[in-house]
Write a protein that binds this ligand. Structure first.
Ligand code: ADP
Ligand code: MG
Length: 388
């Protein structure tokens, strides 16, 4: 009875969400890690689309809070299962859509695990980034009789409000061979949307290309002025995949893109506890994450002015938040009672994100080749007519 009504409601809710084209939100709960002291998870119960947190530890005995999302993955969900529900979105990049997937959550909650995988990568443990690209290669191969695809990638990080190229080695980076700390500009043009034209754009055609580039990117992400601390938890990294397809019969060009973003840890860094470089980092992270929060709030309230320009992160994601993209957020939580405060605020943020409506997703199709050929034909005909 009741369970079925709930189930029906949820289906309806998801359908409506699809129609409206809201930002989709998938929640993933990290398992307890080997070697951690035994404790009881703060997750009271979860099913396919909802999760209940027992926050009694922090809020007293009636501290249960429930949240509904498009999908909830429990601690035993595999990388393959998580990817299976992401695949349709990823494939639409090949149809000319802009796709954005971003990972949100406090440090240690599993963002990098979902997007990239654990430190030792195996066939089973690789994350969304790698699976997405191998899927794009597979489908583009299947379509090669009708569409010829070119796939290329960029990888950047935003650290202390500076955009840096992660795909740099002295050999690979031909444009700026000696400058590793080059600060790049984020541009926004009506033709190309938001982009970082100065970042190296590397064509890829096989999964081994991708592994090499991802290793390079991860290595560069870890290097920094304050390498003592885990830098990756305080920078946002973004792998952008550009897809260009030419329909062989019509000459039409499709341009799709995919942003795969691993955000800095969402926990508020207490500024009173840090000094020097750590303080500067903390201020920048707090700033960019509150800018993200402000953008989400103003989108969910349908304000006419959305403050995208307040941080590099929101500038970069402008097309994907409230634009005509297909956007998915993975929200990550840790099961430890210690983390319950962050867990609740993370889930509240995610709930707000799920109310943000996107414009109808748009295909980037361009008939310029055909137009050009038609013009040439018209000109030739006119020239012939003049001669006759
Ligand atoms: P974050 O990027 O959010 O800081 P990580 O992805 O680095 O967090 O995860 C922290 C630790 O937990 C890592 O050792 C990671 O391998 C492990 N971990 C995270 N999610 C899972 C999961 N779903 N299954 C197994 N281990 C996980
Ligand atoms: Mg990480």
């Amino acid at each position: 009875g009741y369970q079925r009504v709930l189930e029906e409601n949820r289906k309806l809710y998801n359908q409506v969400q699809d129609l409206k084209g809201s930002i989709r939100v998938y929640c993933r709960v990290r398992p307890f890690l080997p070697g951690q002291p035994n404790s009881v998870s703060t997750v009271d119960r979860l099913d396919e689309g909802s999760i209940t947190i027992n926050s009694a530890a922090k809020y007293g005995k009636d501290g249960r809070k429930s949240f509904t999302f498009n999908k909830v993955f429990g601690p035993s969900a595999t990388q393959e299962e998580v990817f299976a529900d992401t695949q349709p979105l990823i494939r639409s990049a090949l149809d000319g859509y802009n796709v954005c997937i971003f990972a949100y959550g406090q440090t240690g909650s599993g963002k990098t695990h979902t997007m990239t995988g654990p430190k030792e990568l195996t066939q089973e443990s690789v994350g969304v980034n790698y699976r997405a690209l191998s899927d794009l290669f597979l489908i583009s191969e299947q379509r090669k009789e009708t569409i010829s695809y070119e796939i290329s990638v960029q990888m950047i990080e935003i650290y202390n409000e500076q955009v840096r190229d992660l795909l740099v080695t002295d050999g690979l980076n031909k444009r700026y061979p000696f400058e590793r700390k080059f600060t790049l500009e984020i541009r926004n043009s009506s033709q190309n949307g938001v982009n970082v034209p100065e970042a190296n754009l590397v064509p890829v055609s096989s999964t081994s290309d991708v592994i090499k580039l991802m290793n390079l990117g991860q290595k560069n992400r870890a290097v920094g002025a304050t390498s003592m601390n885990d830098r990756s938890s305080r920078s946002h990294s973004c792998l952008t995949v550009h897809v260009q397809g030419r329909e062989l019969a019509s000459g039409t060009t499709l341009r799709g893109s995919m942003h795969l973003v691993d955000l800095a840890g969402s926990e508020r860094v207490d500024k009173s506890e840090v000094v020097g470089d750590r303080l500067k980092e903390a201020q920048h992270i707090n700033k960019s994450l509150s800018a993200l929060g402000d953008v989400i709030s103003s989108l969910s309230q349908k304000n006419s002015h959305v403050p995208y320009r307040n941080s590099k992160l929101t500038q970069l994601l402008q097309d994907s938040l409230g634009g005509q993209a297909k956007t998915l957020m993975f929200v990550h939580i840790s099961p430890e009672p210690d983390a319950v405060g962050e867990t609740i605020s993370t889930l509240k943020f995610a709930e707000r994100v799920s109310t943000v409506e996107l414009g109808a997703a748009r295909i980037n199709k361009d008939n310029s080749d055909v137009k050009e050929l038609k013009e040439q034909i018209a000109n030739l005909k006119a020239a012939l007519a003049r001669k006759e």
